[in-house]
Design a protein around this ligand. Structure first.
Ligand SMILES: *Cc1c(COP(=O)(O)O)cnc(C)c1O
Length: 365
């Protein structure tokens, strides 16, 4: 068996240790004689699994007691609608648009809002091709907004907003953290609601994590489906109906793996080093490779880059694949390459990529 170095943007690499443990426990979880996939979501075994996963996540992210942790379905894309459906409550909301994902969140909110005009774009960097963050005087905030929405890591454009940059605006902050949650410590108390699809840094697709302050619960109109009402899901401990049980189990294994890596501080140090060597390689390539993003907000999880000569793209991808380095093709909307270097991509994996890139540049430069 040989495993590739996987730079997929999502569904993405999982820690090999976690996959091995899942395999080990596949047919007979902890001596109960069946797989986690085959057990009741209301039985004591699964209750233990979901409670442990929540406790480990709370510990890893230092989630304060006023917050609910919800294990939902529908992906981050459903959150684009579910957030306004729960939180707008006849008011308005502000969106900061810094890339494809926050742009999608903004459009979807307009689609579900009773009146699209109540969903405002407070700033957009689209005119700069989403290669930077807006500066303070470009942002027009409504102090009466029900919430302010951000995407703190734009997976396609490779733009990351570090939590230290986020100032208190007086309105609840809602953040799509799908592609960098758990990659570094984050001050959860700055946010009213955090959401993330699991398939980047948490576990298998099909699970969506929502961390929401209790003050934001109970504002949804009765007309919304009960599975989409945060208050109803919180009241039922995410078990109103059958949750994605296997995804929750694997996410729980990932949380335990993260604790063994020294928690978010431990993994953040590895991620910083991965980013340092990959951006270092791009920047030292004398223009052979380029990353267009303002160095101040370059993502440590998703690194888009181009080759100066796009005629070399196909050869780069083919040779990378032959060397066991896969899923490096950039998103179709931006072209070029993208290396997603989530938590499960090791420093060694990034070193192998950097060695390949240096060698390719030497042979083709
Ligand atoms: C992948 C991604 C999404 C979409 O997630 P789905 O689970 O496919 O709905 C939304 N936002 C960000 C930042 C993403 O990386």
């Amino acid at each position: 068996m040989s495993r590739v170095w996987n730079f997929s943007a999502g569904p993405a690499a999982l820690p090999e240790e976690v996959l091995r443990q899942a395999r080990e426990e596949m047919l007979d979880w902890h001596g109960v004689g069946c797989s986690v996939m085959e057990m009741s979501h209301r039985g004591k075994e699964f209750t233990g699994i979901i409670e442990q996963a929540e406790a480990d996540l709370r510990e890893l992210m230092a989630i304060p007691p006023g917050y609910e942790v919800l294990f939902l379905q529908g992906g981050a894309t459903l959150q684009f609608a579910q957030v306004p459906m729960n939180l707008l409550a006849g008011r308005s909301a502000d969106y900061i648009v810094t890339g494809s994902w926050s742009k999608k969140a903004f459009s979807e909110a307009r689609r579900v809002a009773a009146s699209p005009g109540t969903v405002r774009c407070a700033a957009t960097t689209e005119a700069s091709n989403f290669t930077r963050l807006p500066v303070a005087d470009e942002i027009r905030l409504d102090p009466f907004a029900a919430y302010l929405h951000l995407c703190t890591n734009e997976t396609i454009h490779g733009v990351e907003i570090s939590a230290e940059r986020i100032a208190d605006t007086g309105v609840p902050l809602v953040a799509d953290m799908s592609s960098h949650i758990l990659s570094r410590p984050v001050a959860v108390e700055k946010f009213g609601l955090i959401y993330a699809g699991a398939q980047k840094n948490i576990g298998p697709s099909g699970l969506t994590l929502v961390i929401v302050h209790r003050d934001l619960l109970g504002m949804a109109p009765l007309a919304i489906p009960s599975v989409m009402d945060y208050a109803v899901m919180a009241e039922h401990g995410s078990l109103l109906n059958t949750p994605p049980t296997y995804g929750i189990y694997v996410a729980g294994l990932v949380f335990q793996w993260l604790k063994r890596q020294g928690g978010l501080e431990g993994i953040a140090a590895v991620n910083a080093e991965k980013g340092r060597i990959l951006y270092g390689c791009i920047d030292a390539s004398a223009g052979f490779y380029a990353n267009p993003v303002d160095p101040d907000c370059r993502s440590l999880m998703n690194v888009p880059f181009t080759l100066a000569d796009p005629r070399l793209d196909a050869g780069f991808l083919a040779e990378a694949k032959a060397a066991g380095l896969v899923s490096l093709k950039g998103h179709k909307s931006v072209g070029g390459m993208r290396a997603s270097i989530y938590n499960a991509v090791s420093l060694q994996g990034v070193q192998v990529l950097v060695d390949f890139m240096n060698d390719f540049a030497k042979r083709n430069g």
